[in-house]
Design a protein around this ligand. Sequence first.
Ligand code: M6R
Length: 612
Amino acid sequence: MCGIVGYNGNRNAAEILLEGLSKLEYRGYDSAGLAVRNGTSDVEVVKAKGRLRVLAEKTNDGKALKGNCGIGHTRWATHGEPSEKNAHPHISDDRNVVGVHNGIIENYQELKEKLLRHQYTFYSNTDTEVAIKLIDYYMKKYQEGPIDSIARAMTRIKGSYALAVMFKEYPEEIYVARKDSPMVIGTKGEETFLASDVPAILKYTRNVYYIGNQQIARLGKGSAEFYDIDREPVELESTEVTWDAEAAEKGGFEHFMIKEIHEQPKAVRDTIASVVKEDSIDLSEAGLSDELLAGVHSVVIVACGSAYHVGLAGQYVMESLAGIPVRVELASEFRYRDPLLDPKDLVIVISQSGETADSLAALRLAKERGIMTLGIVNVVGSSIAREADRTFYTLAGPEIAVATTKAYSAQLIAVYVLAIQLAKVRGKIDAETYRSLIDELQTLPKKMDRVLEDKERIQWFAAKYSNAKDMFFIGRGIDYAISMEGSLKMKEISYVHSEAYAAGELKHGTISLVEDGTLVVGVCTQSRLYEKTLSNMAEVKSRGAYLMGLTSYGNYAIEDTADFTVYIPRTSEYFATSLAIIPLQLLGYYLSVARGLNVDKPRNLAKSVTVE
Ligand code: M6R
């Protein structure tokens, strides 16, 4: 949530900052601002409510702001409504310290009261203004430099933050501090860049540093020095970003989401190829040997949003295939209760961004209890990837659209692969079944391509029902997990009220909501449950629902009940989610387009939820 960029070099900073912010708008987009310094002159701060283009217009695309050193911010409001006053950067009363922030400062009220007692005044409702003024306070109180003042503030601040700060007396430097919110720093020649996420700086450099938790950095022109919270210097190794800048561009598609939907076969193929070696699964890069997996007695999957839905699908596959007990928990719930964990459990945290605050907290809780943790993560170098005992990287590449698609699909592969390997080491499947499951896994990318070929029918259907007000997605078993993800896609980008229900549960209350024209999607990929779900579909149809069926080729009897049917290629029923989700992603996407909504940046949402 919130995007930060910074530039220190010899070019006009504001133009580079705006360019970088445009790549981070998926992190927040209710207001934006820039602070730029030109040598020793006073800092110039410009802010605007609304989309980034308003700020670009206000500054003539950055050309109106002169200066070679600056910071920028695009905001997703937490404290204080979206407004110019609350937009970042925030500045201290005498313009000594100016900064931008991503995260939440939990004890900001207490800190604000302290500062009020020392004659500070406040113009905004933000926690960020408090943090900036706290740094200023310590600088003046102890007559120390930026690193010391920031470190003192960090020891007082509770919560999560990525801060980029500039100081009046240090006009050619930017200072950065981070705790539980992402920040990446890049250098090239005489220039230094910083950002909340790699795509914002990839055009300029591939040489990046992932600043550690509770570390501080001093950024000169082309230099980066790092310190820990005790103000001791620390050495950080730089990393070469290997993925292409084009991967973070729209590449001819109208939206990132539809581009990323089409990239799913590749994301899945790459993720499979990273772990299937010579016809068997090799998880050594993730640090998971067969001996280690054999010692796992049960699995606890913790995640948020779509990653949680991956966990739910994974639960069915792991329990049924590997015969291992699996619990799936929402990270925001898990972290605040006293979960029962056994030393022989494996806690798996699934996260695209690797920065989701609740998932990170859940991971830490499991680690504190001494339980082995595995992160299934897409973003290299992210907090969860670094802190988990073991990390399985999904190879989806950068995902920009707020609604996840290709990362979700790559995460599914990770859980399938774990399920197959657990089944093998636990002696639940023979060599032939093992081999055939791997073979089937490798057919998925081609089958996904085939599902995508059918997109026009879904586009037509979405246009026809673009006025839908309520929708239900129903299914049993894995189909219920698929329904949950389909329903989330619909809500988050199309703003259609939608609910996913275990088909057998409808009769226990919810069916009373079904009336003439209510749109119901019935997911039927599991042969054992096919007839059962069809009966539930018939029940809602007889109460006026309009029915879309989603099943595998060959199950044509569904047409006697459904008004409109989408078919997917046949695959192992364990892997059906990978194919069945695509029509539902397309449905959400095309409905959003038909309603004229902002597909990639839906209201009130941000790509990575780094606050709880
Ligand atoms: O980065 P993460 O995978 O941890 O994110 C988890 C959820 O915030 C995320 O899946 C969210 O639900 C998506 N917007 C769904 O499309």
